[in-house]
Ligand binder design. Structure first.
Ligand SMILES: [Zn+2]
Length: 339
């Protein structure tokens, strides 16, 4: 089975009324855990790498780790996606590596920094310009593109920004038409990182419904959708961690957002938490242990279990065999026919 274009995977999810998780990866154990979960639950899956992940792992290592996952799991539709691409240059590099989808985050300007080290928001017109540039390049190669409108708060890799601007539905329609993006990240009140909220968040659900009406053919994405399960935070803290008051998005809120029109659900923080908890546990309970396999192995198992439960919660489970992934050549022809 070839790699799957993201547009196709999200359109299938839209038809089926379920969400697909996009899980961030940096190393072999994470990739293996995600695929083990996809195999167990028979789920299509998006594995995504951020600029930070590509730098950490060295592009070429990550590419072959991801391709190993594809080779080992021929029955699972898999999308390789670049998360928060800052510019056309990195999007081009990801496409050259074989990614079937890229995100161009035109909502903030990664090249500029305010005096306090944050990136400023881009204007609507600037966002359209940089996004369209990537769409033209990617679609000519059959690759899907995700854009972002509005800005999410919090900290995720390089995406540090102060401003939280909810997506304006009036802009959604125009943005999707003018850029031709396959997917759009909406800012509906979620936030990156483990410290999203002080209280249970109230997400702008009506905004999802409204955007769905305005752009019926675009797939929508929720960033910062980790649930930060309190038992996981407690586990990290029990074994010497220090994560006071971390809180995330409850699963029922994610399910409600999927019902209203979200197809892609980005999850990074929860994976970090479960891996950290598992490793800390081994270190505390078996201080004599110094074989990395003895703590990376349990971390991998714990991550697989967590992701399998998300695949069930998001409704992705059981959908791996619903369709045959299209080739990039087929997607290229599709985009050309739309022009
Ligand atoms: Zn994000």
């Amino acid at each position: 089975m070839p790699l799957c274009p993201m547009r196709q995977m999200l359109e299938e999810a839209r038809k089926g009324g379920y969400g697909v998780g996009a899980y961030n990866v940096n190393n072999m154990e994470q990739i293996q855990a995600i695929l083990a979960a996809a195999k167990e639950t028979r789920s299509p899956v998006i594995i995504q790498a951020s600029r930070g992940a590509l730098e950490y792992s060295n592009l070429i290592y990550l590419k072959y780790l991801m391709l190993a996952a594809v080779e080992e799991n021929p029955d699972i539709p898999i999308v390789l996606h670049l998360d928060h691409g800052p510019d056309l240059k990195l999007c081009k590099e990801a496409i050259a590596l074989g990614f079937t989808s890229v995100m161009i985050d035109g909502s903030i300007d990664y090249e500029k920094k305010t005096p306090d080290g944050k990136h400023p928001a881009r204007s609507f017109e600037d966002n359209i310009r940089v996004t369209k540039e990537v769409v033209d390049y990617a679609h000519a190669r059959g690759v899907s593109v995700e854009g972002e409108l509005g800005t999410l708060g919090g900290i995720e890799e390089e995406t540090k920004t102060d401003q939280v601007l909810l997506t304006d539905p009036d802009q959604v329609e125009e943005f999707c038409k003018r850029t031709g993006v396959d997917a759009l990240a909406l800012a509906i009140g979620t936030s990156h990182g483990a410290y999203k909220f002080k209280h249970e968040p109230v997400l702008a659900m009506d905004l999802v419904t409204e955007c769905r009406k305005r752009a019926p053919d675009t797939n929508f994405v929720m960033h910062g959708s980790s649930s930060v399960p309190q038992e996981l935070v407690a586990e990290v803290n029990k074994y010497g961690g220090k994560l006071p008051g971390a809180m995330g998005v409850p699963i029922p809120s994610i399910q409600e957002a999927v019902k209203r029109g979200i197809q892609k659900i980005n999850v990074d923080t929860d994976g970090r938490l479960v891996v950290t908890a598992a490793i800390r546990k081994v270190f505390v309970e078996k201080p004599g242990e110094f074989d990395p396999r003895k703590y990376l192995g349990p971390a991998r198992d714990a991550l697989a279990k967590l992701i399998a439960s998300k695949m069930r919660d998001f409704g992705t489970a059981g959908h791996a065999g619903d369709y045959k992934p299209k080739t990039l050549a087929e997607m290229k022809a599709f985009y050309a026919s739309r022009k």
